[in-house]
Design a protein around this ligand. Structure first.
Ligand code: ADP
Length: 321
């Protein structure tokens, strides 16, 4: 029996402080003939904010569900909050919060009742949960909505409540599947603010997202997945510096086709086309900018390279369904 299995059978929770809060080795999952998770390994330490990025169908949600013990793996090992998963998934989940992709609040209950019912799943007493509700509602910005019905809440309020609900058991780590999908920019900023508060308190966050800006703003570490495999990994700035040129000039307007063919290649180290825009990637934009100034029909915008440029370079620009 291994040392970790020994600890597990002795009923020791959490593991040591230096142990990663989530540790995954060579994780695999197959549906039919397709490996949707194909050899994923990762370690997440306490206090990190970690994002899993990838196009639709990359395997992000399946990876999260495997880590939570909600899907049976076909290979590999997972250790979450000091427990092996799926063998001791229930014990692991006692220290974990989950914000699913789609809000699954109970419409038959009020805001406060939703927190109460959720806390009961963790075996918490009514008194214990009730003592936490004011702080949770405060965190969600719903202090004056305790008795409101779920149907009366906006999309942003529901998301904030789902986030607050995931904290009812005071988890060490919170998993969030696309925490701001479907929200307007104002509501998204409020969620970002709350997530920053959680990180500042030392809660470990693992999120999937389609929004590169979200990952870049919030996360200290990022993994890009495609077709079940990890294709890049690092801090956002590190990835940008490693994978793409520092400057981007986006060009569009009259005469783009001819200009893109005849002039653009000499002005950048990499030229990409997406719809009616040409992207020039270059370590030094001076030449491209002065050449573009002389072009009357074209419009252009110069900006610093960002995580989206990394993502598009690594995963391509064609649509994924
Ligand atoms: P992502 O979250 O990156 O969009 P998913 O993990 O949801 O990707 O899905 C990865 C692939 O696995 C997709 O092709 C999806 O259709 C497939 N898949 C996910 N769940 C199941 C399932 N329960 N049965 C069969 N195929 C599935």
């Amino acid at each position: 029996m291994s040392a970790s299995a020994d600890r597990e059978s002795a009923g020791e929770a959490h593991g040591s402080a230096s142990e990663p809060v989530l540790s995954v080795r060579d994780l695999r999952k197959r549906y039919g003939d397709a490996w949707v998770v194909d050899g994923v390994s990762l370690d997440i330490r306490h206090g990190e904010c970690f994002a899993l990025l990838g196009p639709n169908g990359a395997g992000k949600t399946t990876t999260l569900r495997l880590c939570l013990g909600l899907v049976e793996p076909d290979g590999g090992t997972i250790r979450l909050a000091g427990h092996p998963v799926p063998a001791a998934a229930r014990r692991a989940r006692a220290n974990v919060g989950v914000v699913p992709q789609f809000d699954n609040l109970d419409p038959d209950f009020t805001v406060a009742e939703n927190l109460l019912v959720y806390g009961r799943y963790f075996g918490m007493s009514r008194a214990q949960i009730e003592s936490r509700i004011p702080a949770l509602l405060d965190f969600a910005g719903l202090a004056n909505r305790a008795d409101a019905r779920i149907q009366t809440l906006s999309g942003g309020m529901k998301r904030r409540l789902t986030l607050a609900r995931s904290l009812v058991n005071e988890p060490d780590i919170v998993f969030m599947d696309e925490p701001t999908t479907g929200l307007d920019p104002q509501a998204r900023h409020v969620i970002w603010d709350r997530l920053r508060q959680l990180v500042a308190r030392g809660t470990t966050l693992v999120l999937t997202t389609h929004f590169m800006e979200e990952a870049e703003r919030l996360c200290n570490r990022i993994m890009v997945m495609d077709r079940g495999r990890i294709i890049a990994h690092g801090a956002p700035r590190e990835l940008i510096a490693r994978e793409v040129e520092r400057h981007v000039v986006e060009v569009h307007g009259d005469g783009l086709d001819e200009w893109a063919e005849r002039r653009a290649p000499a002005l950048a180290s990499r030229v990409e086309r997406s719809g009616d825009t040409v992207f020039l990637y270059t370590p030094d934009p001076a030449g491209a900018l002065s050449a573009l100034e002389a072009e009357s029909g074209l419009r252009y915008m110069h900006r610093a390279a960002n995580l989206e440029d990394v993502f598009l370079k690594l995963t391509g620009r064609e649509l994924r369904d």
